[in-house]
Design a protein around this ligand. Structure first.
Ligand code: E4P
Length: 249
């Protein structure tokens, strides 16, 4: 399973990159507001520079024309941008239009563009001009996910914790969806989103999500275990003692 960070905080992304496990970032308007972002283009381009991974950027328009206009603009900011669209009727229309359009990632305005190895790699692979990838967000049913995939989304994001919070079973939705995509041999990746704790992460992996997106706090919790810390301390203590003993011989 791939680990994504659900954040717009540059430091969190930088840290997760240094761990060698980060495969993507999902932002949303709430994360962007929390990070105090004033210039979204500059911020997204900085994220792309820090993390050479797919970065979902969400539109705030509610009508298809507005979503297509915003999505087209976002996709031009970096070849790593994935356009995040809400799973509504207008969102479906925008998914269908955007996924059939071609956008050049000109990276205009990016401070790193001149010597950017990411840009050079995409250029070499002739992938700067491409059909924008779409992450269909705010998914709470299998049918919403199937519709989004039919409209051209590459990723579908079921919100696990938000379903649990209203007495439904978010992990069961992921399991159901993963099963149906296998049976239908339908391409498309499930990004299990709105995860609330490490148990959710294991559960959605078991259920068949290809990707789990989570807060930096949850990602940190995944690494830590008291027995790991205690075991390490005991090993080092034994090693220290053995060194003291060998010095006396
Ligand atoms: C997914 O891409 C969303 O950004 C995210 O998981 C939102 O969930 P939350 O605000 O309920 O945590």
């Amino acid at each position: 399973m791939e680990f994504y960070l659900d954040t717009a905080q540059l430091d969190e992304v930088r840290t997760a990159v240094s761990w060698g496990i980060l495969r993507g970032v999902t932002t949303n308007p709430s994360h962007v507001a929390r990070a105090g972002v004033r210039d979204l283009r500059r911020h997204v381009q900085e994220l792309c520079w820090i993390a050479d991974v797919p970065i979902s950027v969400e539109v705030v328009a509610l009508d298809a024309d507005g979503m297509v206009a915003q999505g087209t603009e976002f996709a031009g900011w970096s070849p790593n941008v994935v356009v995040k669209l809400p799973t509504t009727v207008e969102g479906l229309k925008a998914m269908a239009r955007l996924s059939h359009s071609e956008v050049t990632a000109s990276c205009q305005g990016c401070a790193h563009a001149p010597d950017c190895p990411i840009r050079a790699r995409f250029a070499q692979q002739q992938r700067l001009r491409r059909r924008p990838e779409i992450n269909a967000t705010l998914i709470f049913t299998v049918n919403q996910a199937l519709l989004a995939l039919a409209a051209g989304a590459s990723y579908v994001s079921p919100f696990v914790g938000r379903l649990d919070a209203v007495g439904e079973d978010g992990v069961a939705l992921v399991a159901d969806l993963a099963h149906i995509l296998r049976v239908q041999q339908q391409p498309g990746k499930i990004i299990a989103a709105a995860l609330r704790h490490p148990v959710h992460v294991t559960a959605v992996a078991r259920a068949g999500a290809q990707i789990a997106t989570m807060s930096f706090a949850i990602l940190t919790q995944l690494v830590e275990h008291p027995l790991t810390a205690a075991g390490l301390e005991a090993f080092l203590e034994d090693y220290r003692r053995s060194q003291e003993g060998s010095q006396g011989q």
